[in-house]
Write a protein that binds this ligand. Sequence first.
Ligand SMILES: Cc1cc2nc3c(=O)[nH]c(=O)nc-3n(C[C@H](O)[C@H](O)[C@H](O)COP(=O)(O)OP(=O)(O)OC[C@H]3O[C@@H](n4cnc5c(N)ncnc54)[C@H](O)[C@@H]3O)c2cc1C
Length: 265
Amino acid sequence: MTQVQPAAPPRKQRPPPKEAFIDGIEHVTPGVIRISCSGPELAHFATPKPGGHIKLFFPPPGVVWPSADPASDIPRPPSRTYTPRRFDPAQNRLEIEFVRHGEGLASTWAERARIGDRVLIGGPGGGYVPPEDLRSIVIIADESAMPGAGMVLEALPQGCDVQVICEVAGAAEERALSPIVACQPRWLHRNGGTTPPGALLEEEVRNMPTPSTDACWWVACEAASMRRIRDVLIARHGVERARLHMRGYWKFGEANHPDHDYGTD
Ligand SMILES: Cc1cc2nc3c(=O)[nH]c(=O)nc-3n(C[C@H](O)[C@H](O)[C@H](O)COP(=O)(O)OP(=O)(O)OC[C@H]3O[C@@H](n4cnc5c(N)ncnc54)[C@H](O)[C@@H]3O)c2cc1C
C-alpha cells in the first residue's frame, strides 16, 4: 500500500523590506548618531506604536538582496532591531537613533553611514499603547531605550504623572527625550569604571520609596539588568506583574539579542 506523505508546510512568506536612502546624519551626543532616511517605499510604512520596533537588514557587501528574481535563494541577511523614533508620512521619512557602543554590525554601520546609503527596513511591529486612563507611569531606560522612552512619553494621556529614570555613560549623554513633551529625567551616570550596564538603574529602583499601586512601569535596558529590576519591583515593592512592561533591548556579551525578550523567564 502506498503511504500518502503529508505535504511539506508552505515556506513562511515574509513581506519584503522597504528600501530607503539616508538623507540626514546628526551626532546628537558623543554616543548617539541620528540617521534619517526616506524613499517612496516608505509610503507603505505603517504608523509605529510607541516603543515599537523595526528590523534593519545588512546584506554582505556585493550581495543584492532582496533579489528581483523570485526563484532566487539568497538567504535573508543578518538584521538588528531598532526603534522607529519618528516617522513623517508626509515626507516618507524615518528617523532612527543608534547608540555608538563599539563593535557591532549595526553600530559599525551607523558609524560609517554616508548620505545616499541604502537602508533596508522591515516592520514596524510591537510597541506599548498606554491605557487611556493611565494615571501614573515610571519609565526606566538606558541609552538604547531612550528613543522608545521618548515615543512612550509622547503617547501618554493628559494629566498622567510621569517619572523618568535614564542611565547613560556620563553628563555629555544627557539629552531631551522628546522635542514636544517636557520632562525632567533623573539622570544616572556610569562615569566609566567597572559599573555593569543597568546597575545604577537597579540601585535607583531598589532605593526608591514604594510606588503607588496604580503606577505602570515601562522598563527597557540590558537584558540581565532588566531581570534584576523586575525582581526588585515585584519582590521589594510588590508591583503586580501585569503593571510591568519589560524589555531586554540588548544583552551584555551577546550579539543580536532577540527582539522579543519580555523578561518572562
Ligand atoms: C524593541 C527594541 C528597540 C531597540 N531600539 C534601539 C534604538 O533605537 N537604538 C539603539 O541603539 N538600540 C536599540 N535597540 C538595541 C539594539 O537592537 C542592540 O543594541 C543591538 O545589539 C545592536 O546591534 P549591533 O549590531 O550594533 O551589536 P551586536 O552585534 O548585536 O552586538 C555586538 C556586541 O555589542 C554589545 N552591545 C549591543 N548593544 C549594546 C549597547 N547598546 N551598549 C553596549 N553594548 C552593546 C553586545 O553585548 C555584543 O557584545 C533596540 C532593541 C529592541 C529589542
